[in-house]
Design a protein around this ligand. Structure first.
Ligand code: TRP
Length: 376
């Protein structure tokens, strides 16, 4: 049986929020604590963040510590999960350089995540390149090819399992294609990874506090893991519910009601016992809301209690690590060294499969020696 290895990561462009927590962080901690995996690598993808932040390297630099603090405060443990910084593993670049030959431009163009991101960032496509108002906003090559670099991140560690949100599905597919192509040309070397999606439907994509499809820093609709209890309270109190639920007596809608979506994602039966014993379950609460006679404030109070109960231990751990920043960097340095050793091993195998390990290739040197000797 092959080893079970996890690799996943985040771009350091901001502090992590509840969307990250339900979509990936809490799952990583569970996977770590399950003891089912031989190795777990968690990468801070600074090089990938630079592919569309070339003009703002300071943002990336400052956010490495934020992401590391969020990791540690959620319960990722450096003894069991290797946390590292992408740019400190230069082997990843070399792998990407070889993989680039296995991917066509049109295949990159079809990557749905890249397409969406290009639209989101207002990059111009080749047709509008001549438009003077768009000048300088063309798509950086590095950004365009980041799916290939992501394939290096995954394959360098021979990851079998990549726990990520659904938006990353096209990246995993592209990685699998690269692995398949590499192995069929150069011989069985790389491991085809599987995606591991979040289980709970409400976690697939947590909406923002404004009800918009996604929690996102640029939309300003996030609840951060590092928010205080008071900030969480304020944000929940201002959350969108059902716009037609004007008076308490009115029947309310639960579908598309963000407060209930959050309860779907975060509440557990024991929370009801503790904070709202008059309701045996979330279903009973929903039922009352639909019928009418249940006010938004009561539901919001429950959500505040639930979120703060979940976030309290996270805040406590963060407070500790914030007083030990030097230690956090030392942890990342050790993690990066460990990651580098693993990636170097894979790179060695890749070079061997591609037969570009000339100096270790006795057969090549002997055969050519023989050939030229025989001509004299
Ligand atoms: N693209 C991921 C994101 O934006 C970050 C990332 C980079 C990643 N390399 C990875 C995730 C490899 C999983 C595996 O969140």
């Amino acid at each position: 049986m092959g080893k079970k290895i996890i690799l996943t990561g985040d771009r350091p462009t901001g502090r992590l929020h509840l969307g990250h927590y339900v979509g990936s962080l809490s799952r990583r901690v569970e996977l770590q604590n399950s003891g089912e995996y031989d190795d777990i690598y968690i990468m801070i993808a600074d090089a990938q963040a630079l592919t569309d932040n070339a003009d703002n390297p300071e943002k990336v630099r400052q956010n490495i510590i934020e992401v590391a603090l969020d990791y540690l405060s959620c319960g990722l443990d450096p003894e069991r999960s290797t946390m590292f910084i992408q740019s400190q593993v230069p082997e990843l670049c070399e792998l990407a350089f070889y993989y680039m030959n296995l991917v066509t431009v049109s295949r990159l163009e079809r990557n749905p995540t890249v397409k969406t991101e290009i639209a989101l960032r207002g990059f111009s496509t080749s047709e509008s390149e001549g438009d003077p108002t768009q000048r300088g906003k063309g798509i950086p090559v590095g950004f365009y090819t980041y799916p290939i670099s992501q394939a290096s991140d995954i394959t360098a560690f021979k990851a079998t399992t990549v726990p990520v949100g659904e938006d990353q599905q096209p990246m995993i597919e592209q990685t699998r294609e690269i692995v398949h192509k590499f192995n069929s040309i150069y011989g069985q070397t790389l491991v085809e990874p599987e995606i591991l999606l979040p289980e709970n439907a409400a976690c697939l994509r947590l909406p923002g506090t404004d009800g918009k499809a996604k929690m996102s820093k640029s939309l300003g609709n996030c609840i951060y893991l590092s928010d205080t209890a008071e900030e969480v309270k304020k944000k929940v109190m201002s959350m969108y519910t059902d716009p037609d639920h004007l008076r308490v007596e009115d029947p309310g809608k639960v579908e598309g009601n963000t407060v209930f979506t959050y309860l779907d994602a975060f509440s557990r039966p024991e929370h009801f016992e503790k904070y709202l014993p008059e309701y045996p379950s979330l279903d009973a609460l929903k039922e009352h809301y639909r019928r009418g006679g249940l006010g938004d404030v009561k539901v919001k109070r429950l959500l505040i209690a639930v979120l703060n109960e979940i976030l309290e231990p996270v805040r406590e751990r963060r407070a500790y690590f914030e007083q030990n920043i030097g230690e956090v960097y030392a942890m990342l340095e050790r993690g990066s060294a460990r990651a580098r050793a693993a990636a170097a091993q894979t790179l060695k195998e890749v070079r061997h499969a591609m037969r570009i390990d000339y100096f270790e290739d006795r057969e090549l040197i002997d055969a050519q020696s023989e050939y030229y000797r025989s001509r004299h």
